[in-house]
Design a protein around this ligand. Structure first.
Ligand code: NAD
Length: 496
């Protein structure tokens, strides 16, 4: 299924046929490749190489570093169709979303190229005569990237494009569920490197491994920044370990994203927004819409319309004309069924959520998306189940809706559908949504790369991608220069 694709992307056959770690496609559950996982000693050796690469790369002028990222963006454009298809096969996304993920890689490359000429510092007024101050940004070191299965290529690109223009080296440990897309990205990057010419060896390396490999990156003081994307459980382990050695981390963890649906909303837009955000990627996005907090006066109508839309959703092979592909594996299916059982126990009314196409694909897990009308925001609603379950809660007054939006442990994405300006502005105000992302009249998922991406509370607080997220990949330096013939002290201190 993947031989031709991997070869067209420049991956040597030995990299995906000789190993003992099986790779399965969620499309039909079959084994499509086998790779070799690396142990701790191999990871440490790669960190060593990365550290040397960093020492050379940091002295390359930033706009020249941007040229490498520009070339990589060009290579991605050439191979968008193949890489998008491989994402579909390995992660189970529909083709449109696989292509969208690669487009996101291209977009962040474009962003980073521009950024390579804009790593601006500050000039600061000094209180002392004949002095000036400035703030400068310098390359940081080796960046360890740990990524999740559901965005197998874009998350790496978000980090790598920025890290490279910032003058850092990168070591990437992808999810053990998606090593093939990682091998393909590495091969494409090497193609760009060849065109670029003189980049240091090991500037951007891949480590295929499980948790042990991830832990080697997490614990090594030669990796000043660990950017880790995955579950809150993972972040709870990684965050304190990196902090214990005074490293920095960017944590991009689980979400539990809500939409407030107000009585004035354009319901046609809202239902379309719900559909894409709740069932896209089979509910396996960190920004997937998991809760609709709808005004009691329109709840029945909204639920009826969403159920009707769900009834028409085509489920099946993500490479064909379908809207919902498979869940990643059986564990994911079991977690979904467990959550639906719990929702019923907690007084919920569940619609959908059944396994689909089991005869055709006995080893794959397709489901119909589920809606669970809940009496209150109970325990199961407060938990992120990584599957297409949409909990529906009713509200009577706007303050209650805001409270429900915020009363979960996670804080990634949120949105409101309303045509009431006061509600929209309040939702995005200091006392509104407490999430990293707060949208008006669009759903919770599908962010663009121009904005900083990430969330608060158990989502980890990290920011990646646009805005000034690049600053996390650099070290800040404050400079004071005295060009006078005196040595005045700050705060007027006399020390003669
Ligand atoms: P996961 O936590 O199981 O694994 C993520 C990565 O962490 C994998 O590469 C894994 O090998 C590694 N890992 C796990 N434990 C580790 C440890 N102790 N030390 C070092 N590395 C470790 O997550 P998953 O199932 O692949 O992905 C789904 C989760 O990721 C969901 O919770 C989703 O919300 C989250 N996610 C968040 C974002 C975001 O930007 N906030 C984006 C995508 C996915």
């Amino acid at each position: 299924m993947v031989d031709g694709l991997l070869q067209s992307l420049g991956v040597a056959a030995s990299a995906y046929t000789d190993g003992d770690h099986p790779v399965h496609t969620p499309i039909d559950g079959s084994r499509i490749a086998s790779v070799t996982l690396e142990n701790k000693a191999q990871v440490l050796a790669k960190i060593d190489v990365a550290q040397k690469a960093f020492l050379a790369w940091r002295d390359v002028p930033a706009p020249r570093r941007g040229e490498l990222v520009r070339l990589f963006g060009e290579v991605l454009r050439e191979h968008k169709a193949q890489l998008g298809e491989l994402v579909s096969i390995e992660a189970g996304k529909i083709t449109q979303e696989g292509l969208g993920e690669v487009q996101e890689m291209i977009d962040i490359c474009d962003f980073a190229v521009g950024l390579s000429r804009q790593l601006y510092g500050l000039t600061i007024a000094s209180e002392r005569p004949g002095h000036h101050m400035r703030e400068t940004w310098h390359p940081l070191g080796v960046v360890g990237v740990i990524s999740a299965f559901n965005f197998p290529v874009a998350v790496w690109a978000w980090n790598t494009a920025l890290a490279l223009v910032c003058g850092d080296a990168v070591l990437w440990k992808p999810s053990e569920k998606t090593p093939l897309t990682a091998l393909a990205c590495q091969a494409l990057f090497e193609k760009a490197l060849k065109q670029f010419g003189e980049a240091p060896e090991g500037l951007c390396q891949l480590v295929l491994g499980d948790r042990e490999a991830g832990e080697a990156l997490v614990d090594d003081p030669r990796v000043p920044l660990v950017s880790a994307t995955g579950s809150t459980r993972m972040g709870r382990e990684v965050g304190p370990r990196v902090a214990a050695r005074f490293g920095r981390s960017i944590l991009e963890l689980g979400g539990n994203n809500a939409m407030i649906l107000a009585p004035s909303a354009d319901l046609d837009l809202a239902v379309r927004g719900i559909l894409f955000s709740a069932v896209g990627t089979a509910g396996q996005r960190c920004t997937t819409l998991r809760r609709v907090i709808v005004h009691a006066s329109i709840k029945d109508e909204v639920v009826a319309r969403v159920k009707a839309a769900y009834g028409k959703v085509r489920i099946g092979d993500p490479r064909k004309d379908n809207l919902v592909g498979p869940l990643i594996d059986k564990a994911s299916f079991d977690a979904m069924q467990g959550a639906l059982a719990k929702a019923r126990d907690e007084g919920g009314q569940v619609f959908g959520g059944e396994r689909q196409l089991a005869d055709q694909y006995p080893n794959a897990y397709y489901v119909s998306p589920a809606i669970a009308e809940m009496p209150v925001q109970s325990e199961v609603v407060r938990h992120e189940t990584f599957a297409p379950i949409l909990y529906v809660l009713a509200y009577d007054d706007f303050e209650e809706a805001l409270r429900l939006n915020n009363e979960v442990p996670q804080g990634l994405s949120s949105c409101i559908f309303t045509t009431d300006l006061r509600e929209a502005e309040r939702f995005q105000s200091a006392s509104g949504s407490d999430c990293g992302i707060a949208n008006v009249n669009i759903g919770t998922s599908g962010a663009e790369i121009g904005g900083a991406f990430g969330g608060e509370k158990e989502t980890g607080g990290g920011r990646e991608s646009g805005s000034d997220a690049w600053k996390a990949y650099m070290r800040r330096q404050t400079n004071t220069v005295n060009y006078s013939r005196e040595l005045p002290l700050a705060q007027g201190i006399v020390f003669d």
